[in-house]
Design a protein around this ligand. Sequence first.
Ligand code: SAM
Length: 284
Amino acid sequence: MSSAYSLVALANGTTSIRSLAEGETFHPVIGPVAEAEALYVRQLRLPERLAAASDPEWVVWDVGLGSAANVTTALRHLAEIPGKIRIVSFDHTLEPLRFARDHSQELGYPLGFEAPIAELLEHQRSEFTHGRLSVSWQAEVADFPARMRSEAPLPAPHAIFYDAYSPARNAAMWTLPLFQHIFSRLDPDRPCALATYSRATLLRTTLLRAGFWVGTGEATGEKEETTLAANTPSLIPQRLGQPWLARALRSTSAEPLAEGTYRQAPLSEISRLALMHHPQFRGE
Ligand SMILES: C[S@@+](CC[C@H](N)C(=O)[O-])C[C@H]1O[C@@H](n2cnc3c(N)ncnc32)[C@H](O)[C@@H]1O
């Protein structure tokens, strides 16, 4: 129900959405558009990579569709590129999107995307052009870990926006088995980068153990540092190095979550060995 969400006026004058059930505000400090620009558009170098792409279709996974602030902001920045993009959005509910549709004037970012959002709400799919860009947008409405475990095919992504609620509140979205499933769906011949707002050691060890290369991500104004991961080191300008590894080995909250219950623990022996043998930390 739309009443499960409310509008929130942020201190910087922008408006965001709060989930009353989860007690979480989407993009709580700098607001949805500024966060999407910093974290996903710039950091994943979406315009440059899409413009240079030779694949017939460039694929983005938008994990945690919510109110579509990330997708609509990205599309605004890609409008002048004469390419073809496929966006696969994942969420277990379309209610935040419905709420955003009903409050598009106050939120701003849904404006101009009313028709695709209406189609997504009705058919979970929309094909349209935005400027010179040809867009195919689909919504996978399901529990994301279950969707990753299922056999149903999905196009391998070039970029992933990872915007679940925080690990402490939404542990099922941050487990090692889940990131292993995500990594197994990447195409080794298709460079793919994933950005997320968290810089937690636990998240970074999870990504490393799942097979990603991991680096520090840009500050967003909300977080002094975020996280960028990829299936190739060439997409990670600031890779985590030995100083980070030394801190992780001493940390009391570094062991990946095995299941969807949040708990903090130092690295297990298996994780210590896996990290120490990760190609990212060899040969430094
Ligand atoms: C921080 S909000 C995403 C905000 C969104 N990216 C935007 O631009 O408005 C997190 C989203 O993750 C979704 N989510 C949480 N747990 C999930 C799960 N197990 N499976 C799928 N989606 C989930 C929530 O429904 C929520 O919309």
